[in-house]
Write a protein that binds this ligand. Structure first.
Ligand SMILES: [Fe+2]
Length: 309
């Protein structure tokens, strides 16, 4: 059997040095993770006989990926973000934290600080009137016994008819299609908005470039993102993916899950609107928090729009 160079004591010691094991400064946690990254990278290079050209192409790719701000998109497309959900589900199951609305990926397009409304609001700025189908979305936030949670915050965001999100698409008004709605005494939230479109990765971007090499498309079904939170309850990050979309169960980011399909009902001349109107009802069930940390969303870096900017 050939000795693997990457596994020799000499090389392992070399990577320990590169990961900062020879000094007392820095972060022991990061050192430990970095050592593993270096060791596993070396192993991949050796085992798969990665050529110098392939290696430097990958380095260039990372530069371009970061330059376009698409790292968050790539981790969704490669299923790593969905894997984190599966891993957290498994950990929850082990400690009996089960039930309620399933979690699913956040994606990279949340913007903190959306306007807050009590009970109900309109989410769109009217700029797609006549183009978009008006959507009436409502539902309740409930506990695992089905009792309403008053004062819960439903923080939701979705794309416009072109599949673009405000803030990232500077042609849209500030916080268009982004709102926080505080539930009423019955745990209810209501929103008038527009039916979002699904979207795809930028065909010219590095994420799609990678997916092309994997023979995969980069399309997502139409969907609405949610953070649901309430004092005493576990924070929920989820999405509802809309029924009838061709990519509903063929989502490049693997966000669609059982229990998260929103059934869109089209009606004519309702809610004071002429013509076709979409209705969507979706309620959420939250687990009880067992610690203060449970009530918080993850601390991943997110965009924060400066008012008036
Ligand atoms: Fe999205």
């Amino acid at each position: 059997m050939t000795v693997k160079i990457s596994q020799t004591a000499e090389i392992q010691k070399f990577f320990e040095e590169a990961a900062g094991y020879g000094n007392d400064a820095g972060s022991p946690r990061l050192k430990r993770i970095m050592l593993r990254v270096l060791q596993d990278t070396a192993k991949i290079i050796e085992d798969l006989e990665v050529t110098d050209d392939e290696f430097w192409t990958a380095v260039d790719y990372l530069n371009r990926l970061g330059g376009r701000g698409e790292a968050g998109l790539l981790v969704a497309g490669l299923g790593i973000e969905h894997f984190l959900d599966l891993l957290n589900d498994a950990k929850d199951a082990q400690i009996g934290k089960t039930g309620g609305t399933p979690r699913t990926i956040e994606g990279p397009l949340y913007v903190a600080g959306a306007p807050i409304a009590q009970g109900e609001t309109r989410m769109d700025d009217g700029s797609e009137d006549g183009v978009a189908t008006v959507m009436f979305l409502e539902g309740r936030v409930l506990d695992l016994d089905g009792k309403p949670i008053a004062g819960a915050t439903v923080d939701l965001w979705h794309a416009n008819t072109k599949g673009n999100y405000s803030y990232f698409d500077q042609s849209q008004s500030e916080y268009n299609l982004r709102r926080r709605i505080v539930t009423d005494a019955e745990g209810r939230y209501r929103a008038r908005s527009i039916v979002p479109s699904g979207y795809g990765c930028d065909p010219q971007g590095p994420t799609q470039e990678c997916l092309n090499q994997l023979g995969r498309h980069g399309q997502r079904p139409a969907h609405i993102h949610f953070f649901i939170s309430a004092p005493g309850y576990r924070h929920l990050t989820t999405q509802i993916n809309l029924s009838g979309d061709q990519y509903l169960w063929d989502d490049f980011a693997y966000a669609t899950r059982d229990g998260l399909v929103g059934e869109v009902n089209f009606v004519e001349n309702a809610h004071g609107i002429e013509g076709r109107v979409a209705e969507l009802e979706f309620s959420f069930q939250l687990q009880k928090a067992t610690s203060a940390d449970d009530e918080q969303r993850s601390h991943r870096p997110r965009a924060l729009q400066v008012q008036g900017a």
